[in-house]
Structure formats: C-alpha cells, structure tokens
Design a protein around this ligand. Sequence first.
Ligand SMILES: [Cu+2]
Length: 380
Amino acid sequence: MTSHPATAYRPPRKPESGALVKVVALFLGIAVGILAFLALFMWADARDSRDAAAAPASTPPAAAAHADHNTALPIESFAGVVPKNAQELAAAHKAYDATLPPIPAGDVVKVHMTLKDMVVEIAPGVRYNTWAFDGHGAPGPVVHVREGQTVEMTLTNGGSIPHSIDFHAARIAPNVAFRDVMPGDSFSFKFTAGDPGVFMYHCGTKPVLAHIANGMYGAIVVEPKEGLPAVDNEYVLVASEWYMNGDGIDEPASLDMAKARAMTPDWTTFNGYANQYVTHPLTADPGDTTRFWVVAAGPTLDTNFHVVGAILDRAWVDGDMSRHESRVQTVAVPAGGGAVFDVRIAETGLYPFVSHAFAHVDLGQVGLLKIGNPPGTMSH
Ligand SMILES: [Cu+2]
C-alpha cells in the first residue's frame, strides 16, 4: 500500500481561524526574527572582540554560517487548543473505565472486537476521526485472562480499509494470525496466553504508524497462574499520543502523518482522553495498595510512569512477571511495552500519576489517584 485515507484527507481550514493563525504566526515570526538578530548580534560581537587579537582580518562573517542551521520545518501545533466551555465538557465526559475487569471462567476466553471508523473525543471538545473499536473507541476493550487460558479472538472489520490485530501476548505465526481482514469480513484465531504480564494489542496493517495513531490499540492482561500479591484496587492505563491536522473543534481532526513521523503530538493521553482522570480521579482508600497495569501504545513515544508523592513499591518491568523491582521512583514503559506497578499510599490526598517526561503532562498524559476524601473534593 502506498497511500492511505488518513493522509489524503485534510479538511479545509476555517477562514477566520486561518487569518488568526496567520496573524499570530506573523507576530511570532517578527518576534523570533528580532530575538534571532539580537542573539546573533551579541554572539558576533562577543566573537569579534575575542578573536580581535588573534585573527582580526580573516574571521568569516558569523551570520551566513549561523543562519544556514535554521532550517527546521514549521509544525503547527494544536496542543491545548480547546473550546471556551472546556471545563464543563471535561466534567460531562464519561471517563474510560480504568478498572481491571474480572477474568472470565473456563479454559477458553472468547473475545470479539469490531473495528469501526468513528469520531471520538480525545480532549474536551476536541474530536478526532479514529479507526477504533465499536462500543469502546480508543483504546479498545481490556482483555483479562489467566496464564494458560486460550484466547479465541474474532475480529470483524466494520471499517472501510483492511485491518488486522496483533497480540503481543501471543506466540503465533503473524503472517497467519495477524493477517489483513478485508472490510466486511471476520476472522478468528486462537492462542494460548502462556506468558503473564500486560501486553499491547494493535492493528498491524501497513502503515502501522497510521493505524496505531488512529486509535487501533489496547491492552491484554495475563494474570500469572500462581497469582500476584493481593491488592485493593487495580487499574489499566494505556498511554498514547495523537497527531492532528486541525484543532478538532469545529470539525473532527484527522491524522497528520508528517507530525506522526516527526513525533510531535498535539495531545498525549491515558486511555485516549487528555486529563480525564484529573477531572474524574481514580480512587483508593488510605492504606490501600493500588496496582496499575500500564501499556505504552505509542505509536512512537514511551511513557515514564511516576506517581507524585509516592514510591512504586513493586514494579514488574516490560512484561517480566518472574521478578520485580522494589521501591523505585520512575519506570520507563517503552512504546509497545507494558509494566505493572503496585503503590501503597497511607495518607489522604490527591496523588498525580504522570509520564514524568513532562512534555507529556503538558499535552494531557496525567491523572489523579484520590486517596480517601481530601477536603474540597467530592466523596466517592
Ligand atoms: Cu488498522
């Protein structure tokens, strides 16, 4: 495949917002130009005085060499662009349920997912044209099984182009099991969940960057058969980023493939929606141990998991459930990887969980774990 609809479709910009952008860009351009000139002037001046004694006549003009490096392409960001009533919209948004679902009984767990082209909200009032999961959006449903159970996966392609599904928890020939399914078709395959951990699943149809960026991912939790230490609360977080060709306010944005390749997201999220657990915190009681099953779906960026005001008591890193690290502060979860974190918090309060690569926090990959009922918050 040489092209795909995501990059072909670019909705026209609204004239007034285009004009505003141009004015802002012009303004910024002038400001940057002035700053650059001043910096250059100061630098050249310093260099001239430093070099004066040694080689006053042969020093080349600084300007030409310096200016040549300023060749970065301008990338228009829609980060943080939300409508005026964003707070209201954030409060009205129904947060993705992060609670780990129970393990179905029996030796075989049947999972049926339908892929569908759908508009979802990824930040308050910000809509995006996904290829996602019917009944869920992006991420798709959390699959929860016990090590040794067989997963019987049926994929129905309700979209308009071929899609597929790749389970990182499966040891299986990908050319057979992860093959493309045509629009309107269904396909089933089975695998035994023989390796415990938390794993990504995603569409593996080319270009994979576009299919993942458009929302085709989720998490499968494979509980070790001997179990893990008992905890009080278990939450699943799928970290991902969004690359948009518009602000998504007046009309849904679509994928900007150049931004995806340049790794310059407009929004980054836990479970598909910026800051949703800030407005609707996850909860625990004082003294509880809370387990986070975290997948970094990317498509490209890692997440650096950290709970502010706490230490991660146990950390099972990158799906290795055979041993855990103890009392660690921040753990990198690579794109395409997963990790499990237990954190015990004794004191009432609001504890942010973040990707500690702080650009992610700025772009929306932050939530709150509310311990007890801190003053000024609603009870749960
Ligand atoms: Cu796909």
